[in-house]
Design a protein around this ligand. Sequence first.
Ligand code: GLU
Length: 446
Amino acid sequence: MTAKVRFAPSPTGRLHVGNIRTGLINWLFASGLGGVFVLRIDDTDLERSTKAFEDGIETDLTWLGMTWGERYNQSARFAIYDAAVERLKAAGRLYPCYEKPEELDLRRKVQLSRGLPPIYDRAGLKLTDDDRAKLETEGRKPHWRFKLEGKRVTWEDLARGHSEVDTASMSDPVLIREDGAYLYTLPSVVDDIDMGITHVIRGEDHVTNTGAQIEIFEALGAPPPAFAHTTLLVGADGQGLSKRLGSLSIEQLREDGYEPLAVVSHLARIGTSDPLEPAASIEALAGDFAFGKMAHRAARWDPEDLAKVNAAILHAMPYDEARQRLAAMQGDLGEAFWLAIRQNLTLFRDVAGWAAVVSGPVTPAMSDEDRPVVEAALELLPETVDETTWSAWTGAVKARTGAKGRGLFMPLRRALTGMDHGPDMAAILPLIGRDKAAKRLAGETA
Ligand code: GLU
């Protein structure tokens, strides 16, 4: 049996690190097994869904390298859901209810005050045809609830192990709203059946839904798929991310300049026993994926860890891979430049700063204490400079001034680059070139 999974985002906002982690786990699981990753746009809420958000989902998945084998819009499939509704109605599993939200609220309060669980009392089931006709002439429209069997629904969850939900402790879920709109619960099951989904992988916040949905699979005469409910992402402080998710959109990470491989490597490995380091590719991550590695604790989304993974990717990036991007930002100063500066990058765009140090103009930084070393260095600067210059030259400056260690190198770095940190000076000096180096040592902006 080929594994087939689905990622079902709602196009009511941009994807963020929380929902993309779910998508990524689906992708890795399916790809690792040579299976199919289905992108299913959950746009049954026609009012809140937009084409722009739908396009955004595709842009983000494509950027991350998460290709899909099949793609659907739920909004194009209402006829299939309508047919399932007829079957559930005929089986007596879907019934109309007429309560207004205020009435339900009041009933819940009364139940709670009596120490009873706030479960829907199934008043809708007791209505006669006459009652219903009367309510409808009053202008009320029904919403439709699925009649739960009220039992222990159990499954072997790939992520959480043996799981159970007691549907007797739940209200019968509303599947169709008063305005006729489908809530997510039914279309999701109908599609999972129709598309042959073998594994439903989603966040732990769906565990209760799974109890009801397994009953719906059964009511529609289909064997439920396997389920995996993964822990939710938390921030570096251990707190839930829900309030911060707006700023954690994939779009934002892309604009901030993160490498897509850093994002997927970080997302795939947090909360697992794997080291937090970049993977060679998203396919390599798929090869490594196993639910068994996922810890039974929350996965922490830590921007500092992401930055470390990002930096590690750049530190190992060959010139050939960087070249086009360097050219696009007028930063292609040759392979020697790339190899000299890549260790100092956290984000690719940091290249610009080092290109400016090499090309100038740079205003040298020089304190009074630096001056004797810098003046001697200018006098001793050879006529031509290359990769071998630095060690012989600084050796001569040391012999002349007695300066050594930091006292020798820092004044030179500051004069030549205007900064007190940066790439290996032996590699940077020939890139700056003799003329500019001499000017900077003389205190000129060059
Ligand atoms: N659109 C739903 C969500 O994003 C899909 C849940 C599911 O995977 O079943 O929560």
